[in-house]
Design a protein around this ligand. Structure first.
Ligand SMILES: [Zn+2]
Length: 225
């Protein structure tokens, strides 16, 4: 199985991806499983699941859920999980047979060391996170004996599948919990991270941050040459 375990659609405030297109691109790239993990919503995942029905692509219904200590990702969900205290969110995910992942531990998290005990797996590689922060995430996973996964955290179609997990097991959930998988890693272009922050500013009407974000996009495009 080849799985990307963290992606977004237009049902997140910082993405414009159409769920139908996400299914098309994931299949074209040869993924067998795609987790859609929108911020606080299962709508995009359920929509994608309806488009993937009858194909060789399995949609894993997921959600990126805000907690008092920052975000967690729930995978293999049946119902939306409300944001709240970290222990309650983790318990809600597991009660419905899901697993809990710690996304990009060293990007935007106040205290990853306090979060890690609540999770089943850790994102040791997130394609939108710096190599230094990913190395710290891998060390955190190792220190706490948690399997370390690789994810794209795609907010645009071209990022889907850039980082992924592969396993010969036919039960992906079990393979993740046992650490019975390999990872494939590639970074997303930096300007796409800045572009998703720009979409967020327009959606949330935080216009004051837009000039700075346009500066990031410009700087990352110039650096690419
Ligand atoms: Zn995300």
């Amino acid at each position: 199985m080849i799985a990307d375990l963290h992606t977004h659609t237009r049902h997140s405030f910082d993405s414009v991806v159409d769920p139908r297109e996400a299914v098309r691109v994931a299949r074209k790239k040869g993924l067998t499983s795609l987790a859609i993990t929108d911020h606080g919503s299962l709508t995009g995942a359920l929509e994608a699941a309806s488009y993937a029905r009858g194909t060789d692509l399995q949609i894993i219904v997921g959600e990126e859920i805000a907690t008092d200590l920052c975000d967690l990702v729930g995978l293999f969900l049946e119902n939306e999980v409300a944001c709240g205290p970290v222990e309650r969110v983790a318990e809600d995910v597991r009660r419905q047979g899901g697993i809990v992942s710690l996304p990009h531990p060293y990007r935007g998290h106040k205290s990853p060391e306090a979060l890690v005990r609540w999770v089943d797996v850790v994102e040791g590689f997130n394609a939108r996170t710096s190599p230094r922060d990913n190395a710290a995430g891998q060390a955190l996973a190792r220190a706490h004996g948690k399997p370390s996964i690789a994810v794209s955290d795609a907010h645009f179609l071209r990022e889907i599948g850039n980082a992924r997990v592969t396993t010969s097991s036919s039960d992906l959930k079990e393979a993740l919990l046992r650490g019975d998988f390999s990872i494939v890693t590639a970074y997303n272009p930096a300007y796409l991270f800045a572009a998703s922050q720009l979409i967020k500013s327009f959606r949330l009407q935080t216009y004051a941050t837009i000039p700075k974000q346009l500066g990031w996009i410009f700087a990352s495009l110039v650096r690419r040459r």
